[in-house]
Design a protein. Structure first.
Length: 264
């Protein structure tokens, strides 16, 4: 059975076949020798933020803060200081305890120090989704190995809260309407910066999968999309099978590497 055909809502065993820890990945560079981290940083600094949001929704814009810009720049220099292309892994939008605070997807303040070795003066709680993501990254070989292959981002790179809780853009009709043109334009810009167009990974097997598949059919961002259950879903509802889902993540990242390597 293909990975993206597995139904995440069922209780069947999700164990996957054993695969070799194949580290081969075509490190074909992008059209410029400029580091991919430099390109991503420039892209992030030029992001447009909508102003006509619903009145009951609050927006998180950490990348507007100079100390966050410095932190993100250090992260990109450390882990993306080369010209090799990456596979894009997309969540929904930044969460308040992760990217909505640090500017780095699925990364809370404690993880910045403990896993990434980055100094900062931020305070904040641990992000549940991020805990799973970094468990999977450790299984893959650690941040240096993981980030040499993949780059975590969000389908819409603006985080939202409502009543003090994370709020997904597709849960509000007006916000969803605002989102689409922004997502399309920002995705087209992001993909100019050294990402594989053969494959990407979507972290969300429900509404996010539906939204991204629809947009990809219309705009042909990628030749193929692989879909994984969202890490928060796993941590909340499938924690007893945590190790199996970690294996599934690592398996899928390696499968994406194989797909990115295939010649057209």
């Amino acid at each position: 059975k293909r990975l993206r055909d597995i139904d995440p809502s069922c209780d069947e065993d999700v164990a996957l076949p054993v695969v070799s820890k194949k580290e081969k990945f075509d490190t074909e560079t992008s059209s410029s020798d400029e580091h991919i981290g430099t390109k991503i940083f420039r892209y992030q600094m030029n992001l447009d933020f909508p102003t006509d949001l619903p009145s009951n929704v609050q927006v998180m814009t950490p990348l507007k803060e100079p100390h966050i810009q410095t932190l993100v720049g250090s992260f990109l220099e450390k882990f993306y200081g080369d010209s090799n292309r990456r596979i894009l892994v997309m969540g929904i939008n930044p969460g308040r305890n992760g990217g909505g605070t640090t500017g780095i997807s699925f990364t809370d303040p404690p993880t910045l120090t403990e896993k990434l070795g980055l100094s900062h003066n931020l305070t904040g709680k641990r992000e549940l989704s991020g805990q799973f993501i970094y468990r999977a990254i450790d299984e893959f070989g650690g941040p240096k190995a993981g980030f040499s292959v993949i780059y975590f981002n969000s389908m819409w790179e603006i985080g939202f809260t409502k009543d003090g809780k994370n709020y997904n853009f597709y849960d509000d009709p007006k916000l969803r309407e605002i989102a689409q043109p922004f997502i399309v334009s920002s995705m087209n810009e992001l993909l100019k910066n050294g990402f594989s167009r053969k494959v990407a990974i979507v972290l969300g097997s429900g509404k996010l999968k539906t939204e991204m598949l629809k947009l990809n059919r219309e705009y042909a961002f990628f030749e193929e999309l692989l879909v994984l259950e969202h890490p928060r879903f796993i941590m909340q509802y499938r924690r007893k099978k945590l190790e199996e889902y970690i294996d599934k993540y690592v398996f899928t990242w390696r499968r994406a590497m194989d797909l990115a390597d295939k010649k057209s």
